[in-house]
Design a protein around this ligand. Structure first.
Ligand code: C2O
Ligand code: CU
Length: 460
């Protein structure tokens, strides 16, 4: 046998004798939170100062394969303390980024190392979680995309982040009063300028018959978007990152509350030379949010049927053995709430309003200081009946675990992290508590969260 020396080294005992060096930890990529000036308004207006991750708007996109690891060193280059929450990720509680609950806020000049694994594929996002009603409204957010192990059959994808800004046209700057009592007690901070990916009129190119995956994300403080497709045919394939069991043909407008996401696969049906649109329906008006200029060159004229995205594997809630709990949302303007507990003491609504608090859950003005809404054992199913006893819509978000909406017939509906309830509506949600830690549950209309609509759940 003619064995070369090299082969002996590779195949023989010599390999095992080599010293084993621990994989060197490269430093985490820096994620700076910085103030930056962007040309958001049309030409002729000045630049607008926003706060952003990485100095771009929207913030730097983070993209990882399913099961991959995200490591970022948040460096606070702002003059206000901040922290970063990874919205929709089934995360280790210590990495959840909630100032005052899972970590201290990161003061100006300081940093914090986030390091976590992403178990589920889908469309997620990250955003500031200290004074969110101000910091998210100033632009501190970005997309967190977790790619499926096997890419779905689309030609390409677009991440489309919608936002609603309140801007003073005279100065081109964000209106400064983030805690305006009227916004807190009514529908939240609604803006006067809508952007997609930081632009008022986003224009993209597409080919006739091209198949695209649109990852739609609503980053606004309070705006609810109704979106319609024009010049394309669409199928809804995921909500809040989680695949639907079956793709649904888009016929009605897609409703996206604050923080919600929708993944839509679309086939461009407009002719070459035409323009296809994602349209925002606002009452009787419709505005193009994204324009796709259509050219020739798409390959196939008939595509295969849309397949569901591969499911993320989750423990299912056990409804027959669930623990029931009610969460009644109260207060706000025209809400009729007279008094509520704050920090354990009963206070009149007048006193609460003076303290900038207008909403309550089960008679208590929320916060992280008080006791949790529930302490749940690992493996328990919690069934929460959410009652919207106010005259405003609310978008309730649970950290750390997705929940199922319960359909009127009692079966499990969409698997989401944010559920929207219009005035007077009641909805049950249920989830298997399988992620230990302290998890926030709050309205994602961020002005509401700041003025009472916040509680938390402890899973042990
Ligand atoms: Cu998207 Cu508590 O947040
Ligand atoms: Cu709300």
């Amino acid at each position: 046998m003619n064995i070369t020396r090299r082969n002996v080294l590779l195949g023989g005992a010599a390999t095992a004798a080599l010293p084993i060096v621990a994989a060197a930890e490269t430093p985490a990529d820096v994620l700076p939170a910085v103030a930056t000036d962007v040309q958001m308004l049309p030409e002729g207006y000045g630049k607008t100062r926003v706060w952003s991750y990485g100095g771009v708007l929207p913030g730097e996109e983070i993209r990882v394969p399913q099961g991959g690891r995200v490591r970022r060193r948040l460096v606070n280059d702002l003059d206000q303390a901040t922290s970063t929450h990874w919205h929709g990720i089934r995360i280790d509680n210590a990495m959840d980024g909630v100032s005052g609950l899972t970590q201290e806020a990161v003061v100006p000049g300081a940093s914090f190392d986030y390091d976590f694994v992403v178990p589920d594929a889908g469309t997620y996002w990250y955003h500031a979680h200290n004074r969110s009603f101000e910091q998210v409204a100033r632009g501190l957010y970005g997309a967190l995309i977790v790619e499926e192990r096997e890419a779905p059959d689309v030609d390409r994808e677009e991440v489309l982040i919608l936002d609603d800004w309140l801007i003073d046209p005279e100065t081109a700057q964000l209106a400064g009063d983030f805690g305006a009592p009227h916004d807190l007690s009514h529908a939240g901070r609604l803006g006067n300028f809508i952007t997609t990916n930081g632009q008022p009129n986003l224009t993209l190119q597409a080919k006739r018959h091209e198949r695209l995956r649109l990852r739609l994300l609503n980053a606004s403080n309070a705006r609810i978007f109704q979106l319609q497709l024009s010049g394309m045919e669409g199928w809804l394939v995921a909500l809040d990152g989680m695949p639907l069991r079956e793709p649904q043909t888009v016929r009605e407008p897609i409703v996206l509350g604050p923080a919600q996401r929708a993944d839509v696969v679309v086939d461009i049906t407009a002719d070459s030379g035409e323009v296809a649109h994602v349209v925002w329906i606002d009452g009787s008006n419709s505005y193009s949010q994204v324009a796709f200029e259509v050219r020739d060159g798409g390959t196939r004229s008939r595509r295969d049927a849309i397949l569901p995205l591969p499911p993320n594997s989750h423990g299912m809630p056990l409804l027959s053995a669930s623990r029931p709990l009610t969460l009644r949302m109260e207060g706000g303007a025209m809400g009729g709430l007279r008094e509520a507990r704050m920090n354990g003491e009963m206070q009149s609504m007048g006193d609460l309003a003076a303290a900038g608090q207008f909403w309550a859950f089960n008679g208590a003005v929320g916060g992280m200081e008080g006791p949790p809404l529930a302490e749940v054992a690992i493996g328990e199913t919690l069934r929460l009946t959410i009652v919207n006893d106010t005259v405003f819509p609310h978008a309730m978000h649970l950290h750390g675990m997705h929940f199922h909406e319960i359909l009127p017939d009692g079966s499990l509906g969409a698997h989401r992290d944010t559920t929207m309830l219009v005035r007077g509506e009641t909805r049950d949600i249920a989830f298997l508590a399988d992620n230990p830690g302290d998890w926030l549950l709050h309205c994602h209309m961020l002005s509401h969260a700041a003025s009472g609509m916040m509680t938390w759940i402890r899973v042990t």
